[in-house]
Design a binder for this molecule. Structure first.
Ligand code: 5MM
Length: 338
């Protein structure tokens, strides 16, 4: 393991005022997003949609990396309009030409944890080293694995938090051995009626256990990025805390639980509206300096407007790209605490 190289790659991903686009929706998730706008759920539409995002002029000013899904890392630009002899370009090559690093989602999704109703663990460790080797040979620089924790009356349990943390440790070590920077994503879900205080308690427990477990798997912290949810009231809570409180609680939890040695912290949006996610991120960034660089790594909060405008139609590409670039610009400004 070349820890200096991993650390340098992680710091490149965490370049100030830039973020990491999460475009790693599995086919199932991507299809569900398409269905909401009546877009036919085909491989070609998933490709065309990602092409619309990645070819948006100027995105390299605002993002350092894109997290891809297995189908997407194998796809190319413009198969429909290629002339004879033109074989197209893999998205991963197209992105690197723009100075954007490719990452890859390597977990295989959530499965119910037997004996723990309503809780999940993340699968995908089987065959992971061989898959990482292949993605590395394709030019991937980093990887991502997501665990999810739903806040309920008795969830998440310590057992399931710890089990997921152990799996994240095994994943992160395998990535580092292959020269890929692991992004570890323990997401505390927004769904529910819980208060921000409850979110703070659960997020604290999740992060504490995560950083207890990672060293047991010989994970090198300077070569690792944490992707976390913000500490926030449940989506259906009677009273929802404002952005300044979200920022204060989030930073308190991070300072308490996250070792200074990790390369940095990025945020998911988790189903917040685009405006809410940006506002919260802006307030968090205003509390810098912190021991680590911060960045945004949203999926829905960056893509939702663009997807709605695009709606599967070529004639909407320009307007959709404009909306996408606008969201990137806003989050870049937020990153600067402006
Ligand atoms: C893009 O969604 C990712 C999960 O995909 P699947 O549910 O299809 O497996 C997810 O990990 C995503 O990268 C992060 O949650 C960030 O996305 P949001 O929408 O929360 O910002």
């Amino acid at each position: 393991m070349d820890i200096q190289h991993l650390h340098a790659t992680a710091l490149r991903l965490l370049t100030p005022s830039k973020g990491i686009l999460a475009a790693d929706e599995s086919n199932h998730t991507c299809n569900a997003r398409f269905a909401a706008y009546g877009i036919p759920e085909t491989e070609e539409n998933r490709r065309a949609y990602r092409q619309m995002l990645f070819t948006t002029p100027g995105i390299e000013k605002y993002i350092t990396g894109v997290i891809l899904y297995d189908e997407t890392i194998r796809q190319k630009t413009n198969p429909m309009t290629r002339t004879k002899g033109d074989t197209g370009m893999f998205f991963r090559e197209y992105l690197i030409q723009k100075g954007i690093l490719s990452g890859i989602k390597v977990d295989a999704g959530l499965v119910d944890m037997p004996g723990f109703p309503g809780e999940t663990i993340t699968q995908g460790l089987d065959g992971l080293p061989a898959r990482l080797e292949e993605y590395k040979s394709m030019g991937a620089s980093f990887a991502k694995w997501r665990a999810a924790f739903k806040i309920g009356a008795n969830t998440p349990s310590e057992e399931v938090i710890r089990e997921n943390a152990k799996i994240l440790g095994r994943y992160a070590k395998a990535c580092q051995d292959e020269g890929l920077v692991p992004i570890v994503e323990p997401e505390v879900l927004l769904d529910g009626v819980h208060s921000i205080e409850k979110s703070k308690m659960v997020t604290t427990q999740v992060l504490k256990i995560l950083f207890e477990e990672l060293p047991k798997y010989f994970v090198e912290l300077p070569g690792l990025i944490l992707k976390t949810s913000m500490v926030i009231s449940g989506k259906d809570a009677m009273v929802r805390a404002d952005a300044k409180t979200v920022a204060r609680f989030t930073v308190e939890v991070l300072k308490t639980c996250v070792p200074d040695q990790i390369a940095g912290v990025v945020f998911l949006s988790g189903g917040q509206s685009p405006d809410e996610a940006t506002k919260n991120f802006d307030e968090i960034a205003k509390l810098e300096p912190l021991p680590w660089p911060l960045a945004f790594s949203f999926s829905r909060a960056l893509q939702n407007d663009a997807l709605e405008i695009w709606a599967g139609k070529d004639e909407n590409i320009h307007d959709a790209q404009k909306a996408f670039l606008g969201r990137l610009q806003e989050n870049s400004l937020a990153d600067q605490g402006l």
